[in-house]
Design a protein around this ligand. Structure first.
Ligand code: TRP
Length: 396
């Protein structure tokens, strides 16, 4: 084997998980055979609400149970939460458990999905640092989600650097697991777009196919994409007090539904009502199934019939709200019951997070190793480099 050849084969090979030397072509094949990999996650800044549920969580559970995915990673993004909560670590710490409980009660199954904590996978930080070298400041400034978050938090000139660069760390989250599917809400579109640019740039600059191009998987209908708060405001937020949480009691939910924002001009039952922008109907669009009519409201066959009646006039808000409450109760009861069971065994929840984080770290370490080889910073693994340089100084 000539020196040139041995150098090339070293460069093109890396050690697979099984310790078998793998060529680039094998690696490409493995990515195809392995198939579809999911990564997604949430910042642990509060309990999850019904907006998270219809926007992403319900879908994750369906994807998990479809059997179509070879690996599913669900990340609790604590370090991302710290980028704008540096002075409030206790909040982040407490909410890791809340989010984990919400995941498990929504039906994520630790046997099928790897649930882990972001900061427990330090490889993600190293990857972020390398990605920072191939992203410009002006590109980050153009990220629309970051732009509006900066406004919302009144950061202006006092943006923490970590917050400003979190789209880059999100690219590390996604690529570390070679995820090709990212189920998430519309607000995450700019993050996945930026990740795609990073993947393209990294693979081009370092002449490799280590990183996998991801696609976002958006919620299927508009109501699920943007579920409003119970007051009709576009954004559900704890500070506005307009959220229905997955962990709310039956009474909480009922109270919130009965005081929901509807059509402010629908004063008398006989008045024609408006369905667009009417929160009760938006929630029904997100939650209602036809089978609920036979069970709870046999006067109608489906939601379209209810909407028609409401628009014509003669259907009061209270009736529609009572139906919505039944529907929500039906959807949320199993979640609430599963949560009660998990709450009895908090140490088991931490065990799940721990073993999930260990698995996640193994996978991320493998990707990082491949990245380091592509970037030629794998000095001590590269016997050919050392041999070649010895030759250069001591050869004939
Ligand atoms: N930014 C997401 C949120 O605010 C959380 C997150 C971090 C994430 N890394 C991710 C989502 C990677 C999808 C993929 O909820």
């Amino acid at each position: 084997v000539s020196r040139q050849e041995s150098w090339r084969s070293q460069r093109d090979c890396s050690r697979g998980a099984a310790g078998i030397t793998e060529t680039r072509q094998h690696r490409r094949l493995r990515n195809i055979v392995v198939g579809k990999i999911i990564l997604t996650g949430d910042r642990p800044t509060g309990r999850l609400h019904v907006g998270h549920y219809v926007g992403s969580l319900r879908r994750r559970v369906e994807l998990q149970n479809s059997g179509e995915y070879s690996d599913i990673y669900i990340m609790i993004a604590d370090s991302q939460a710290l980028t704008d909560n540096a002075d409030n670590p206790e909040k982040v710490r407490q909410n890791i458990l809340e989010v984990a409980l919400d995941y498990l009660s929504a039906g994520l199954d630790p046997e099928k999905s790897t649930i882990f904590i972001q900061s427990m996978v330090p490889e993600l930080y190293e990857m972020t640092a390398y990605f920072m070298d191939i992203v410009t400041v002006s590109r980050l400034q153009r990220n629309p989600t970051v732009k509006s978050e900066i406004q919302m938090r009144n950061f202006e000139a006092s943006i923490p650097v970590g917050f400003f660069t979190y789209p880059i760390s999100q690219a590390a989250d996604i690529t570390a697991f070679k995820a090709n599917v990212v189920p998430a809400g519309e607000d995450q579109m700019p993050m996945v777009e930026q990740t795609r640019e990073i993947v393209h740039k990294f693979n081009t600059v370092y002449n490799t196919d280590t990183l996998v191009m991801p696609d976002i998987l958006l919620p299927s209908n508009d109501a699920c994409r943007r579920l409003p708060g119970t007051d009709g405001k576009a954004k559900m937020s704890k500070s506005l007090g307009n959220c229905i949480y997955l962990s709310d009691t039956e009474e909480d939910v009922k109270k919130k539904v009965m005081s929901m924002y509807t059509d402010p001009n629908h004063l008398k039952v006989s008045d024609p009502g408006q369905v667009e922008g009417n929160t009760v109907f938006t929630y029904l669009d997100a939650f209602c199934k036809d089978e609920y009519f036979a069970e709870f409201w046999p006067d109608y066959k489906n939601l379209d019939e209810v909407k028609e009646h409401y628009k014509r006039g003669g259907l009061g808000d209270v009736k529609v709200k009572k139906f919505l409450n039944r529907v929500l109760e039906e959807e949320l009861r199993p979640i609430r019951e599963r949560r009660k069971r998990w709450e009895q065994d908090i140490p088991a929840v931490y065990e799940i997070l721990k073993s999930g984080s260990e698995k996640a770290e193994r996978v991320a370490a493998q990707t990082l190793k491949e990245m380091r080889a592509a970037m030629k910073i794998n000095y001590f693994d590269d016997a050919a480099l050392i041999a070649e340089q010895s030759e250069k100084y001591n050869g004939q």
